[in-house]
Design a protein around this ligand. Structure first.
Ligand SMILES: NC(=O)c1ccc[n+]([C@@H]2O[C@H](COP(=O)([O-])OP(=O)(O)OC[C@H]3O[C@@H](n4cnc5c(N)ncnc54)[C@H](O)[C@@H]3O)[C@@H](O)[C@H]2O)c1
Length: 297
């Protein structure tokens, strides 16, 4: 059964560029009122585009790692829309970090990467969950994580081995690992939040799931690889690599289908979107880390 999202109220963090923009636009296209925030000033232009779908929209230039900014976004959304039904915790940053990095650099990296990817999602969750509980009408939280958590680099026995996966010896070798220790750690930390929140909030019809994204064409991945942002790939090697990436608009449709499952849908699941197989909502997986009865409807 597909639940209508029309009239629901959502926050999407980190929506000025990349995947967050696509998520915000996909939500607006199915009738969701959308509030967005980002550290980039360009975020203030997005509501006008979202409103073309006939929904309400609002934006804040805000940093999800700062509690005062988080409060401003959440209180502002409640004031603008009257409540919050959906939180998409998408804001994220990545750059290379190495196990032997200088200690001073390491602390700055930790504060920035863990600050956005883990603290930011934690603070947004804290602020939104209390609002959802006060409303008493359930809710949806979607954390945006990485496929490094569920396939690449995971212990072999935890790989879901989806029927559509092209990697015969899955999980394939990690795309991060030795140059992304902090990024991977920050995203693995989201597992802790997801499982704890899903279990605690199940009685209140609030679901918590994670989008474990593989390579998706966005500002972030182009910056990481040093590719042009304007899609003017410089050579065949770049073009071939970009061709393997997912389109953010396709991944946004998976989020919409996830939300359309409604309160009886999957819960506490890492949705595995790795490259090389169809970008679609896979069937729910068996629970491997927690007891199913604590998170299933
Ligand atoms: N693109 C990929 O291949 C890929 C793969 C795995 C996971 N992800 C995850 O998907 C999410 C979106 O990534 P993307 O590829 O669209 O990145 P992106 O860099 O293209 O967009 C991220 C947005 O988040 C914003 N942002 C960063 N820090 C912020 C903060 N502290 N507060 C508010 N906004 C902030 C940025 O300004 C930017 O607009 C991230 O969580 C990322 O880790 C992306």
């Amino acid at each position: 059964m597909s639940v209508s999202l029309t009239g629901k109220r959502a926050i999407v963090t980190g929506a000025a560029v990349g995947i967050g923009t696509a998520y915000a636009q996909a939500l607006a296209a199915v009738g969701v009122h959308v509030a967005v925030c980002d550290v980039r000033p360009e975020i203030m232009a997005l509501p006008d585009l979202l409103k073309r779908h006939g929904v309400q929209a609002a934006a804040w230039q805000a940093d999800v790692s700062k509690p005062d900014d988080v409060r401003r976004v959440v209180d502002g959304t409640v004031e603008a829309f009257g409540g919050i039904d959906i939180l998409i915790n998408n804001a994220g940053v990545v750059w290379q970090t190495h196990p032997d990095d200088d200690l001073d650099k390491t602390l700055a990296d930790y504060e920035a990467i863990v600050g956005t990817n883990l603290l930011g999602e934690f603070l947004m969750g804290r602020a939104v969950i209390s609002q959802m509980l006060a409303q008493g009408s359930g809710g949806e939280i979607v954390n945006v994580a990485t496929d490094h958590m569920v396939t690449c680099g995971s212990p072999f026995e935890l790989c879901p081995k989806l029927p559509t996966c092209p990697w015969a010896d899955a999980p394939r070798p990690t795309g991060g690992g030795d140059v992304m220790d902090l990024y991977d750690a920050s995203k693995w930390g989201l597992n802790g939040l997801m499982f704890a929140w899903a279990k605690a909030l199940r009685p209140h019809d609030i679901r918590v799931n994670s989008m474990c994204m593989g390579a998706t064409d966005s500002w972030m991945i182009r910056d990481f690889f040093g590719y042009p942002q304007d899609r003017a790939e410089e050579n065949d090697e770049q073009r071939e690599t970009v061709d393997t990436w997912m389109a953010k608009e396709d991944t946004a449709q998976v989020v919409i289908e996830l939300l359309q499952e409604g309160p009886s849908g999957r819960n506490a699941q890492n949705l595995n979107l790795c490259i090389g197989r169809p970008v679609c909502l896979e069937p729910a997986l068996p629970h491997r880390y927690i007891k199913a009865e604590t998170v299933d409807a």
